[in-house]
Write a protein that binds this ligand. Structure first.
Ligand code: FAD
Length: 432
């Protein structure tokens, strides 16, 4: 483990190093073979983790493996037993915040101020394992770390960093990030939320929409139009004129709070503005961090779908044999595993580039576009393998597929990433 800073993932006593030692044997050795239950007609053995077929884990160093196993174990123990209920009842599991903080997962690739300071690949692996549990959980960690904390860490004053980052890293406080508005999603440059000067103060007016963690947040990073262009502001929850209300009737990301933020004459001191962020490049830099996590996270959801379908297919007998024994089923599993393998390798390639400091936004767009698109296709295919059983929350496949619809849309839609890649290829902007 790197020990650049404090935090659960740096191996402090009682941290996840201990968790790792407590892992059950199945957690320690993914990919072990087991006899297929069911009819036993084939006497077959089956992989219990499709990602091991390509030997992906051999690309990891010891620290990365420890992060992977620690987060996987956490998800197995704390998320899998409850996620179906949370999703059905639309519960954002806030009870996990302190535990995620203790594991060092919030802002884990940032340094100082209580952040764990892991590599980008370590952060990606954590996103992958969290999203194997549920995209809502990964969204919670992504928004807290890559949008809320990163906006403060990258663009905030020393005073703002000291005030918020240690509490956000520990999970004692929750953050959100308000960029999207009811009339401006893919085109945030058109935003109508304004911040005007009144003496030394700022006064904010406007509405932000579809904001993850909005109603749970102790502090919101809000982007607003000023006479000086787009600037970011830290809005504490209790500020008069600031309210957050949840979006209901969601069919996707149900174990995650999605909110509308209303700002009516919200008066803030001059010190509330993020001093270093000027223009749209401020929020876009934060989105780029979060998108990187999605490149990995989507493959976690995909892996969980394939593994679920694999387990089901070797046990489910039709026409006197496991459905896994039909060529059509194997073609689905094989194609899904090929796409999973390609997506994992792409995520790793981008992660190593990010750790070297050479990763460019259009390269993140390639990862986000491909991996989310393929993860949805994998989730839907795996759902078919489970037949009717695939449509309930007893199995993860349709929950993942529904969640991935949101992941496809937020942090830049597929079309927006196609335009970013197209612009990088041709030198021509096709946004307008
Ligand atoms: C669950 C969830 C959580 C979210 N969390 C946050 C958050 O925490 N903070 C935040 O700020 N936002 C958040 N968002 C908002 C998200 O970023 C936006 O939904 C996204 O940017 C798309 O904007 P839109 O929904 O307004 O779609 P629109 O921009 O209206 O797009 C509609 C369709 O038109 C297409 N389109 C738009 N422009 C073009 C173009 N130039 N060329 C071709 N096609 C185009 C889009 O790709 C899309 O298919 C969240 C969204 C969801 C669903």
């Amino acid at each position: 483990m790197r020990s650049r800073d404090v935090g659960g993932l740096t191996g402090v006593p009682g941290g996840p190093v201990c968790l790792l030692l407590l892992l059950p044997p199945s957690g320690r050795r993914a990919g072990r073979r087991r006899a297929a239950p069911g009819s036993g007609i084939l006497g077959a053995v089956a992989l219990d983790d499709a990602s091991t077929l390509i030997g992906f884990d051999s690309l990891l160093d010891d620290e990365e493996r420890m992060i992977q196993q620690t987060v996987r174990s956490f998800v197995d123990k704390r998320v899998r037993p409850n996620i179906g209920h949370w999703f059905e009842e639309s519960i954002a599991p806030m009870e996990l915040a302190a535990e995620l903080g203790a594991l060092g997962l919030f802002g884990m690739h940032l340094t100082g101020y209580g952040c764990a300071g892991t590599s980008a690949v370590g952060y990606g692996l954590a996103c992958l394992e969290l999203e194997a549990g549920d995209s809502g959980l990964r969204s919670f960690v992504s928004v807290q770390g890559s949008l809320s904390m990163f906006s403060i860490w990258r663009w905030g004053s020393e005073e703002q960093k000291r005030e918020w980052l240690p509490r956000l890293a520990a999970g004692e406080a929750v953050g959100c990030f308000g960029l999207t508005e009811p009339d401006f999603g893919s085109n945030p440059a058109g935003m109508r939320t304004t911040a005007r000067r009144d003496g030394d103060d700022w006064v904010l007016d406007g509405t932000k929409m579809w904001i993850t963690n909005g109603s749970l947040a102790d502090v919101a990073t809000v982007w607003a139009r000023t006479d000086d262009g787009i600037r970011g502001f830290l809005v504490p929850r209790a500020t008069p004129g600031f309210t957050a209300s949840d979006v209901h009737h969601k069919l996707s990301l149900r174990a995650s709070a999605t909110s509308e933020l209303s700002l009516q004459g919200v008066r803030l001191p001059a010190s509330a503005m993020l001093p270093e962020a000027r223009g749209l490049s401020g929020p876009l830099s934060c989105l780029n961090e979060a998108r990187f996590g999605i490149v990995w996270g989507a493959m976690g959801a995909a892996r969980d779908c394939i593994n679920t379908a694999l387990r089901y297919a070797v046990e489910r007998v039709q026409f006197d044999k496991p459905v896994a024994a039909f060529q059509l089923t194997q073609a689905k599993l094989a194609d899904a595993t090929v796409e999973l393998s390609k997506g994992l390798l792409l995520a790793m390639h981008l992660g190593r580039m990010k750790d070297r400091g050479t990763l460019r936004p259009e390269q993140v767009s390639i990862g986000k576009l491909n991996n989310v698109r393929e993860a949805i296709a994998i989730a839907r295919t795996c759902r078919t393998i489970l037949g009717a059983a695939g449509i309930t929350t007893e199995y993860s496949v349709l929950r993942h597929a529904n969640n991935l619809e949101s992941v496809l849309t937020y942090e830049g839609t597929s079309e927006v990433h196609q335009l970013a890649i197209g612009q990088a290829l041709t030198g021509l902007s096709a946004y307008r």
